[in-house]
Structure formats: structure tokens, C-alpha cells
Design a protein around this ligand. Structure first.
Ligand code: AMP
Length: 477
């Protein structure tokens, strides 16, 4: 393995790395950094926790030190928390340069962000929605001279998932120079490779880790097969076991909805576990505060939706529990990648119901690994089953008495307004669409019935004429 200086990295940056305990390049750094320093576009696909951020931060800082001006580099990333994490790496490694960065994310004060942008920071780290808003509403800053565009978690930024970034990306790309270096990184790039190739223009260098598996060897991947009704009792039992045996471990539990995240947090708190949550219905300041407290181990258990699935780098996380089996293998790969980072060990446990077995097969096929069963004393779980289910029901009732659902509805309407849609018209359109769908369904059912009726009639007729032929034959005999 080469060292940083043989990759062409300057002494001041090598010194900065050493101060952070980064002594030898990881494979993604070793392979991508020379290409970036040469001026090529680059796509790096490396496993979670393998040092992708430094693989782009270091060469950008090196180039910036040669010709420092603002705005030199733009990094886009799908979540607000990740934007802060990336900016921190720029700040720490770029300290000797007096690097000025600016974080542009939703949920935070737009005026102060606009002011910072107009002061021409060297690096802007942004989520696409808020940056596009600034571009649409202000002309006090220019991105015409940026040298680097970096898409971190590039596949997520380009896919059309529940948060669709494509329109915002169009706005952003429209104000960037075509002559620039474009760098794309993720642990799951291969699905969207064609889209990505279109974005990176000057003969991109593509590097993917050669290992067959998509998850790291240090990760012990387990599952527990459980009926839906016993799932929460398993969860409580697991947390109890881990906290009894390892008081320095932190645990992330992933769940599929904000509401479930909220209820599970309330439930675990009832059992006196130091639990905190992270989901998109929380105020941004609360999101940051909760994450900081979890990072500082004030709370050892974080219950999160998939907004925490990608990129977050928290060394104390030893266990990831999937309260629901993820529907997409790549979501699984990113979720379990919150542990076993930078060569450390970690465990992931996925709670699997009888309806999720096909999902496990899909995950195993894509990650090229096999999950092993996690042994649990079932007797112990059954002992707490009633108490857990009653507590959870109480929490559900408590949450129903708050305005949680109402807030969700308001958030949805706000989002529609921001997207330029009329929420009432949208509701009408949805209702009409549903009406058409149900008419279509009924029509299909009617046709199906008619076809079946016709088939039955034909069969009857055939049967009858056969019988008649038989009888006339018998008569003539
Ligand atoms: P990332 O995949 O960028 O989130 O990085 C995961 C962790 O690895 C972070 O805590 C980095 O500080 C750390 N890291 C990055 N590069 C190296 C390296 N060359 N050697 C050891 N640790 C590293």
C-alpha cells in the first residue's frame, strides 16, 4: 500500500492527517486521489466507513491551497446532518489554510446563510433544496467559478425517491461552469452509473472496491425471525441484553416511519433506556441537538428513520438494529454501515417477520453476504411480551392525543406549497385518481367475471353437446 506522499499529497496536509490519526490511505483514497489531483472527474464506489470523505476533501484542499479563492468547491449531500459532518472534515483538515466554509441546509436561518454565501466562502456544503432556493431568490453570490462539484451519496441525490432532488439539481447545475471537476461518491453507485456518467464530463475515472461483498468483513450480520406481534418484545430484550453487557456501546435502531420512531422512543423511555430520536418531523435544531447528544454518548440509543441511514460517522456505534426489514437492499447496506466503520467491529440485527423473507433474500443477493440467525432465549422474550405490548399501546394512545398526525399533514401541505402545488387541488386530484382507479378495478373485475361466465357457458355447452352425441350414439347402437 502506498503512503500519502507517494499519492502526491502535500506535506502540510499529511501533517494534518497525522494529527487526526490518519496515517495510511484507505483503498478509496489510494485509488481516487491521484486521479483527482491530476484534474480528472472521478466516481468512487467504496464500502461504508472506508474514508470516502477524506478521499475528496484532501485533493480539493491541496488544489485550493495553490489558488485560494471563493467559491472554489460545492459539495451536495442528501441530508442536513451529513452536510455538517462533511463541513467539519473540511474545517479540520483545512485549518492551516484558514479555510472558510458555508453550510446551506433547510430548517436553518436563510438570511444568515445568504450573508455567508455573499462573503465568498471557499467551500459550500449544501443540501440541494435549500441551495436551489438561494439561487432562485438571490443574486448576491456566484458559483460561476467553482472548480469542484462533489456529489456525496451521489446515487441518492440522483434517484427519484421520496425526496426527489432532480428539479433542484437542475437549478444548481444551471449556474455552475461546465468546465469543472465533478466527483461522485457513494457505497452504492453501480445502480445509477449511467446517470452519473452523464454528469461527470471529462472522461471520468471510475473506481469500485474489488471485494465481492458490498458490506465490510468486520460487520457481523444477524437476523431474528419473529412474528410481528413479538417484534417489540425482541427489541426490548436485545436492548436490555446489550446495555447490561456493554455499558460503553451505542445502538442505532432504524424504523420505517416518523410515527413509529416517535412511539418506539416513548416506549423505550418507559423502560428507562436512554433513548433519543431523529426523524424529519422534528425541528432542525432539535435534530442537531439530539445527534450531538447521541454522539457525545449522553444518550446511548438513537431511534431513527432513514434520514440517518447514510454517511453518519459515529465511532461508538457498535450495534445497528433494523426494527423493520428495509425494502431496498441498498437502504440495508447504508443502514448497517453506521457500525463497523474504519476497520472497527460491529453487529447488525434485522428483525424479520414471515412477510419479509423475500426482502432478506434480495438483500443477501445484492450485498453478496449471508445473514446468520441471532440466538435469543425465547423464554425471556415471552416473559416481557405482555408488558411490552401494553406499554407500546399506551404510548400510541398518548401520541394520538397529541397533534402528531395533524403536524404531519401540515408538513405535507407545506412541502406541496414549496413545490408550487396547491394542496387542496392535489387532494382533489388524488381523490379523482383514486375514483378512476377504483372504476378501472371494478371494470376489470366485471370483464373477468364475464370471461369466466363465458368460459363456464362454453364448457357447459361442450359438455351438453358431448352428452347429446353420446346419447344419440347409444340410441343408434
Ligand atoms: P467516511 O467513510 O469518510 O465517513 O470515513 C469513516 C471514518 O474513517 C472517519 O471517521 C474518518 O475520519 C476515518 N478515516 C478516513 N480516512 C482514514 C484513513 N486513511 N485511515 C484511518 N481512518 C480514516
Amino acid at each position: 500500500m502506498s503512503d500519502f506522499s507517494s499519492l502526491g499529497l502535500s506535506d502540510w496536509l499529511i501533517k494534518q492527517c497525522k494529527q487526526l490519526g490518519i496515517n495510511k490511505p484507505t483503498p478509496v483514497q489510494e485509488n481516487c486521489m491521484p486521479a483527482i489531483l491530476e484534474g480528472r472527474d472521478c466516481m468512487g464506489c467504496a464500502k461504508t466507513g472506508s474514508g470516502k470523505t477524506a478521499a475528496f476533501v484532501l485533493p480539493v484542499l491541496q488544489k485550493l491551497s495553490g489558488d485560494p479563492y471563493g467559491i472554489f468547491c460545492l459539495v451536495l449531500t442528501p441530508t442536513r446532518e451529513l452536510a455538517y459532518q462533511i463541513a467539519e472534515q473540511f474545517r479540520v483538515l483545512g485549518k492551516p489554510l484558514g479555510l472558510r466554509d458555508c453550510i446551506v441546509v433547510g430548517g436553518m436561518d436563510m438570511v444568515s446563510q445568504a450573508l455567508e454565501l455573499s462573503n465568498q466562502p471557499h467551500v459550500v456544503v449544501a443540501t440541494p433544496g435549500r441551495l436551489a432556493d438561494h439561487i432562485r431568490s438571490s443574486n448576491t453570490f456566484s458559483m460561476r467559478k467553482i472548480q469542484f462539484l462533489i456529489l456525496d451519496e451521489a446515487d441518492r441525490l440522483l434517484e427519484q425517491g421520496c425526496t426527489d432532488f432532480t428539479k433542484d439539481l437542475e437549478v444548481i447545475l444551471g449556474v455552475l461552469p461546465t468546465k469543472r471537476q465533478t466527483l461522485l461518491f457513494s457505497a452504492t453507485l453501480t445502480d445509477t452509473l449511467q446517470d452519473l456518467k452523464r454528469l461527470a464530463m471529462n472522461k471520468p475515472f471510475f473506481w469500485e472496491s474489488t471485494s465481492e461483498t458490498r458490506t465490510v468483513e468486520e460487520l457481523d450480520q444477524r437476523y431474528i425471525l419473529t412474528p410481528e406481534k413479538v417484534k417489540d418484545a425482541y427489541l426490548v430484550h436485545l436492548i436490555q441484553t446489550f446495555t447490561d453487557e456493554h455499558d460503553d456501546w451505542s445502538i442505532i435502531i432504524f424504523t420505517n416511519t416518523c410515527k413509529s420512531c416517535q412511539i418506539l422512543t416513548m416506549m423505550l423511555r418507559q423502560f428507562d433506556f436512554p433513548t433519543i430520536s431523529l426523524h424529519s418531523m422534528m425541528k432542525q435544531k432539535q435534530r442537531f441537538a439530539n445527534l450531538s447528544m447521541f454522539k457525545a454518548s449522553v444518550y446511548k440509543i438513537l431511534i431513527a428513520t432513514d434520514i440517518a441511514a447514510r454517511g453518519l460517522d459515529i465511532p461508538t456505534v457498535q450495534v445497528v438494529i433494523n426494527h423493520n426489514t428495509p425494502g431496498l437492499p441498498k437502504t440495508y447496506i447504508h443502514r448497517v454501515g453506521r457500525t463497523a466503520r474504519a476497520g472497527r467491529n460491529g453487529v447488525s440485527i434485522t428483525l424479520v417477520t414471515q412477510y419479509d423473507i423475500h426482502l432478506v433474500h434480495a438483500i443477501e443477493e445484492q450485498s453478496q453476504t449471508k445473514m446468520k440467525e441471532f440466538a435469543v432465549e425465547e423464554k425471556e422474550v415471552l416473559k416481557i411480551l405482555t408488558q411490552v405490548n401494553v406499554t407500546k399501546r399506551e404510548c400510541e394512545i398518548r401520541l394520538e392525543s397529541t397533534d402528531f398526525d395533524e403536524k404531519k399533514e401540515i408538513n405535507k401541505r407545506k412541502q406541496m406549497i414549496l413545490e408550487g402545488k396547491d394542496p387542496d387541488m392535489e387532494a382533489k386530484r388524488k381523490a379523482e385518481l383514486e375514483k378512476i382507479r377504483s372504476q378501472k378495478r371494478k371494470f376489470k373485475e366485471r370483464i373477468q367475471k364475464n370471461i369466466e361466465g363465458q368460459k363456464r357457458g362454453e364448457l357447459k355447452r361442450k359438455f351438453k353437446s358431448k352428452n347429446i352425441k353420446k346419447k344419440t350414439k347409444q340410441g343408434t347402437d
